[in-house]
Every structure is written in structure tokens, then in C-alpha cells.
Design a binder for this molecule. Structure first.
Ligand code: CAA
Length: 283
């Protein structure tokens, strides 16, 4: 089965990044969002990122123009009727995701594949609300999508070998490295990353060191490109909390208990870089 046209649902930082790399790699792309303002913001982010790629001589002016020609905004899920693949990147909420998948299952052609960029929710459960669980799969991109090489490919209980092969080929065409994992809470990436971030937050909470010093230890001592608290702000503290909740609930093990300070920051609206305040302040 060949994939020519892709709809990316959700024009936030992940959705916009995914739409950009898909269009850059030669796919026809619809970037869909119900919220007109969010959609415009997503398109503007892509335009800025492509302009920077030209400036840095990573892309030609012609490449930029062709990429933008392949990318169209969409504000109706119904537009998915002309697509071979959807990549869903809406908020990390099972109710919202299953609602979108139920609707898409009715709209999309029979051959189409439904992929979710979920960072931790079970693919098997999302697939179960459709009549094509064999054509549902996880495609977990990393932030910033244009830069990070990994795509974690998550097979649900009923995902077919054919779906897996098609999605692996799409990931390679996007010049990413696909890694296959089974459907367990947090998959591999967040099962390992989030407890480290949560532990860094406990280290602040218990007064062991300041956020800047904790980040320095991990950057200078372990050669991480960003300290865990800078990374948490970059990912979004609400996202970090919701992934920790999935791990805590999914494994029922106290080692995944979200730090109370993380809960407090999220309740205060300190969500990291996107809200202007997290462990650091952003102007
Ligand atoms: N879009 C496109 N390009 C970007 C970018 C973006 N959002 N952010 C940075 N870049 C590019 C820059 O343009 C730059 O390229 P040039 O040198 O050619 O200009 C290059 O990346 C390096 O950027 P910087 O020099 O500004 O800064 P840096 O060297 O610190 O790199 C970084 C930035 C790549 C983000 C690096 O800090 C890093 O790798 N951080 C860790 C990121 C990470 O761990 N991501 C995974 C998060 S977890 C996740 O996503 C999964 C989840 O479910 C939560």
C-alpha cells in the first residue's frame, strides 16, 4: 500500500513539527485543527522553521516553496476522506483521542492507517474504538520533531504486520530511525525519561540543590544536551504530569508517584516554556 496524502491532526508543537517533516519529505499534507488560531500559529511555526533552514543552508529556496505547496490547512475532520494516513497529535487525553479515532474510522477510506503520536496512552485501547484495530498504530515523535531522529513505533495488540511495515517505511522516508516497541505504559522512551525528570523535581522539592545546579550536574556530568528541569519545561509540565500518572496507574508501583511539586506547578498554571513559567522564567 502506498501512502501519498497524510492528515496531521492537532497543530500544536508536535503536530506542526510532524506536518513539516512530512511535507519536506514529499508527502501531500493537511494540517488539521478545529481551533483557527492554533492552526494559524502552527502554520507560522512551520514557515519560520523552513525560513531558518534556508538561512542555514540546510534547504534551498525551491525546497522551501515546494514544501509549503504540499502543506494545506484544514479545519474539518471530513477532509481526512482523501487521505491514506492520519497522524493524530491532539492532547494527551484518552476521551479526546478515542472521540477523534471513532470519527476518523467513519470518514477515512478502508485502506487508510490511523496513527497516534501519543506519548504514553495505550494504542490497544485507542484501536479498540475503531473497526480497523489492525490498521491502528503508535508513531511517537520526539520534540523538536525536525531535529530528533527517533520515531518510536508502537504496535497495539491487533496491529497487523502490514500496517507496521508501511509505517516503518513512512518513518524512514521522513529520514527518521524507527524503533519498534510493544504497547506498555510509557513505551520505552517515557518509561525511562519521565522517572528521571520526576526524580530531578523531587531533588528540588527536597532542597538538595537549585534547579540550575541540578541541570548543570546532568549536563556537565552526564553530557545530556539539556538538564532534566530545562527539558521538563520544554516538554510542558502538564504533559510530564500526565505521563507520570499513566505510569503510576499502569504499573501500580510507588516508584512512579508524581512529585507533589510537579502537581503544584501544574495547578498554578506553571506549565513550562509555553506558559512563560516553569522551573525557569521565559519572556
Ligand atoms: N525546530 C527546528 N530546528 C530546531 C528547533 C526546532 N524547534 N530547535 C532547535 N533546532 C535546531 C537549531 O536550528 C539548530 O540548528 P542550526 O545549528 O543548524 O541552527 C540545532 O537544532 C541546534 O539548536 P541550538 O543550537 O539552538 O541548541 P542546542 O544545541 O541546545 O539544541 C536541542 C537544541 C536539539 C533541542 C537540544 O538541546 C536537545 O537535543 N535537547 C534535548 C531534546 C530532547 O530530549 N527531546 C526529547 C524530549 S521527550 C519527547 O519529545 C517525548 C515525549 O513524549 C515527552
Amino acid at each position: 500500500m502506498s501512502i501519498n496524502k497524510i492528515m496531521v491532526i492537532g497543530a500544536g508543537q508536535m503536530g506542526a513539527g510532524i506536518a513539516q517533516v512530512c511535507a519536506q519529505s514529499g508527502f501531500e499534507v493537511l494540517l488539521n485543527d478545529m481551533n483557527g488560531e492554533a492552526l494559524q500559529k502552527g502554520i507560522n511555526t512551520i514557515k519560520k522553521s523552513l525560513a531558518r533552514a534556508v538561512e542555514k543552508e540546510r534547504m534551498t529556496e525551491m525546497g522551501r516553496e515546494n514544501t509549503l505547496e504540499r502543506l494545506k490547512p484544514s479545519n474539518k475532520l471530513q477532509d481526512a476522506a482523501s487521505c491514506d494516513l492520519i497522524i493524530e497529535a491532539v492532547i494527551e487525553n484518552m476521551e479526546v483521542k478515542t472521540k477523534v479515532f471513532r470519527e476518523l474510522d467513519k470518514i477515512m477510506p478502508k485502506h487508510a492507517i490511523l496513527a497516534s503520536n501519543t506519548s504514553s496512552l495505550p494504542i490497544t485501547e485507542i484501536a479498540a474504538v475503531t473497526n480497523r484495530p489492525d490498521q491502528v498504530i503508535g508513531m511517537h515523535f520526539m520534540n523538536p520533531v525536525p531535529v530528533m531522529k527517533l520515531v518510536e513505533i508502537i504496535r497495539g495488540l491487533q496491529t497487523s504486520d502490514e500496517t507496521h511495515l508501511v509505517i516503518e517505511a513512512v518513518a524512514k522516508k521522513l529520514q527518521k530511525i524507527p524503533v519498534e516497541v510493544n504497547d506498555f505504559p510509557g513505551f520505552v522512551s517515557n518509561r525511562i525519561l519521565m522517572p528521571m525528570i520526576n526524580e530531578a523535581i523531587y531533588t528540588v522539592y527536597e532542597g538538595v540543590a537549585s534547579p540550575a545546579d541540578i541541570d548543570s550536574v546532568m549536563k556537565l556530568g552526564m553530557n545530556h544536551p539539556m538538564g532534566p528541569l530545562t527539558l521538563a519545561d520544554f516538554i510542558g509540565l502538564d504533559t510530564c504530569l500526565s505521563i507520570m500518572e499513566v505510569l503510576y496507574e499502569g504499573f501500580g508501583d510507588s516508584k512512579y508517584r508524581p512529585c507533589p511539586l510537579l502537581r503544584k506547578y501544574v495547578k498554578a498554571g506553571w506549565l513550562g516554556k509555553k506558559s512563560g513559567r516553569g522551573f525557569y522564567e521565559y519572556s
